[in-house]
Design a protein around this ligand. Structure first.
Ligand SMILES: [Zn+2]
Ligand SMILES: [Zn+2]
Length: 451
């Protein structure tokens, strides 16, 4: 199958590309990319967009006869943004073990609906992905039923119990792209040190869920005046920050690669920034909810706003935006954490933590472009190129020869978030009813089209 995406505004930070042009695809790979005009110039010529729309004849540009490639599709992308498929480096797909919350099938369907062409599956399933047979199961299942590529993340410790290292080498060989005990921190510093040392031999990052369990114990929301007013137990910012400080120190000691998951506080941004200024090999992510909603979202004991780390203050939100802008925070990941409706219907203290994030991530993140925090190119970098680079994936780029993982976005098209219509089984979002601007209109995974 031959496909041409025509006249779109192609944004590809891997080649510093922003221009109007065409992308040629054949057998699931990008074969050619032609840029005719600079994208910024085009923007200034507002109103007068594209020329002839998708009227061109069957092309034999690649030198194939029509008989050799009888099927060709042209996609008119005039007025739309064409970017590398988004990569979510922090997804909870829940399978195996919690299929009532989500499956590889429904989670990847939600991913492509949200513009993602690859997701990285966190290991806190049942059984935990702490050995190669679980890794193998996830990869096989994703090939059979998944809409997009799934990269497993292996557990750091057996059963995520924090006591002894899992067989990281074997899991790496089987296809794990990083290691994390996400959902829980590795409380034992010596084990965290060993993990950072061990993972160096295969050059993959250790992803740290930074939380001091003693400080956060019993907490259900951000600690502050509001938690006192609501009579809910708080989780102080320091529960996150002390662990980030520890892990930065350990990464220095072990000379390992550290990636900080879901940065949510001002102090965390500062710690990461300082470590980077000292030249340390660390990277960090935040999630759309940490710059889109503050702790007030829990008012009315809204369990859909209960997430770990918790939604923080306005100052924290501003600091995170600044961290994204100045490059301190490399990645926007979803921490997609679907739960069953009945679980979120429990009272606030007992409801599980988590937000179903795959289908709102792009729309929420595009608000940063609207606010002038990021350019579209910088956004694509944080949602596609940087995750690929950090994890060593041959993705996140539109270079010819790459997999045809492409997302086409209508930046002007508004949509109302309707949790009930999520492809994800998890309808748990605090953004239900929000009007967001910027809709993925087509997601292509290795040449396969979802629209
Ligand atoms: Zn986590
Ligand atoms: Zn997580």
């Amino acid at each position: 199958m031959k496909i041409i995406i025509k006249n779109g505004r192609i944004i590809d930070p891997s080649q510093d590309m922003d221009g109007i042009g065409d992308i040629h695809i054949e057998n699931g790979k990008i074969t050619k990319i032609v840029v005719r005009r600079n994208g910024e110039t085009e923007k200034r010529r507002a109103g007068k967009t594209e020329g002839p729309n998708g009227k061109s004849v069957e092309g034999n540009a690649e030198g194939h006869s029509v008989a050799e490639s009888p099927r060709q599709r042209e996609i008119d992308a005039a007025g739309l943004f064409v970017m590398p498929g988004l990569i979510d480096m922090h997804t909870h797909l829940r399978e195996p073990g919690f299929e009532y919350k989500e499956t590889i099938k429904t989670g990847t369907a939600a991913a492509v609906k949200g513009g993602f062409t690859a997701v990285c599956a966190m290991p806190n399933t049942n059984p935990v992905n702490d050995n190669s047979s679980v890794t193998d199961f996830i990869i096989r299942k994703a090939i059979q039923e998944g809409a997009c590529t799934v990269y497993p993340i292996g557990a750091i410790t057996r059963g995520q119990k924090g006591e002894e290292l899992a067989e990281m080498g074997i899991m790496f060989g089987e296809g794990c792209v990083a290691f994390s005990d996400d959902g829980r921190p590795v409380m034992n510093s010596q084990i965290m040190r060993r993990a950072l040392e061990y993972s160096r031999s295969f050059n993959v990052p250790i992803i740290s869920h930074c939380e001091d369990l003693n400080l956060s114990e019993g907490g259900v929301m951000n600690e502050g005046l509001l938690s006192v007013t609501l009579g809910l137990r708080g989780i102080p910012a320091e529960a996150e920050e002390t662990m980030i400080a520890r892990d930065i120190a350990l990464a220095g000691l072990a000379r390992g690669r550290l990636h900080i998951a879901h940065v949510s506080t001002r102090g965390s941004v500062r710690l990461v920034r300082e470590a980077k200024e000292r030249g340390m090999d660390i990277t960090a992510e935040t999630c759309p909810h940490y710059f889109s909603a503050g702790e007030k979202a829990v008012l009315g004991y809204n369990t859909n706003a209960k997430v770990n780390p918790p939604l923080r203050t306005e100052e924290d939100m501003e600091a995170i935006k600044l961290g994204l802008k100045d490059g301190t925070i490399d990645v926007i990941a979803t921490d997609h954490a679907p739960h069953h409706r009945d679980e979120k219907l429990m009272e606030f203290d007992h409801a599980p933590f988590g937000i179903s994030g795959l289908e709102t991530a792009l729309g929420l993140s595009l608000r940063l472009v609207e606010e002038g925090v990021l350019t579209v190119g910088q956004l694509v970098k944080k949602m596609a190129l940087n995750p690929a680079r950090i994890l060593g994936l041959n993705k996140g780029t539109l270079r010819s020869g790459s997999d045809a993982d492409i997302t086409i976005v209508d930046l002007k098209k508004e949509f109302s978030v309707k949790a009930e219509e999520f492809a994800s089984k998890g309808k748990n979002t605090p953004f239900d009813g929000w009007i967001l601007k910027g809709t993925p209109v087509l997601t292509m995974c290795k040449g396969k089209i979802y629209e």
